[in-house]
Write a protein that binds this ligand. Structure first.
Ligand SMILES: [Zn+2]
Length: 152
């Protein structure tokens, strides 16, 4: 299934981030079954609070598509996006997001539920749980070194 194929790429990006010392998030943006771009989190090593995998992938995809809109694009990310990245996906008119592991950054509230409850991003299709065990394994390794980073 295509979702697994693209999540494999996101996972391999996430592993690169972990090896580099960053939060183990990887992201791939796909249009019509073709990878537009991929990125991994660089927040720690770049000392940039906004350098999340999804933000970098959206930015790069916009450059490549020469548009601030990424209609018909699907975002694959191994960990549930944060509110910043989810809102960036809304700004970019992303059609669908597929993610793996959920996190508890907002207690028991899911990122896209928070947005949708506020009438934001209601049209985005959200699929969760794709290869979540693999994402959890990377998160556990990361959190052993950074116990206060994020609750899962
Ligand atoms: Zn984010």
């Amino acid at each position: 299934m295509d979702d697994n194929k693209f999540m494999d790429i996101a996972y391999s990006e996430a592993k690169k981030a972990l090896v580099r010392g960053d939060y183990p998030a990887g992201c791939v943006i796909v249009k019509n079954g073709k990878v537009i771009t991929k990125a991994s989190s660089r927040g720690i090593t770049s000392k940039d609070a906004t350098a999340h995998a999804e933000m970098q992938a959206i930015s790069d995809a916009c450059q490549k598509m020469r548009s601030r809109f990424l209609q018909d694009c699907v975002v694959y990310t191994n960990i549930e996006p944060c509110l910043m990245c989810a809102k960036a996906m809304v700004y970019a008119s992303i059609k669908k997001v597929v993610y793996g592991a959920e996190h508890k950054e907002y207690e028991n509230k899911k990122t896209f539920d928070i947005l949708k409850q506020n009438d934001i991003g209601k049209d985005i299709q959200v699929v969760s749980g794709c290869q979540k065990q693999k994402a959890h394994r990377l998160l556990k390794i990361f959190l052993a070194k950074h116990p206060d980073f994020l609750r899962i």
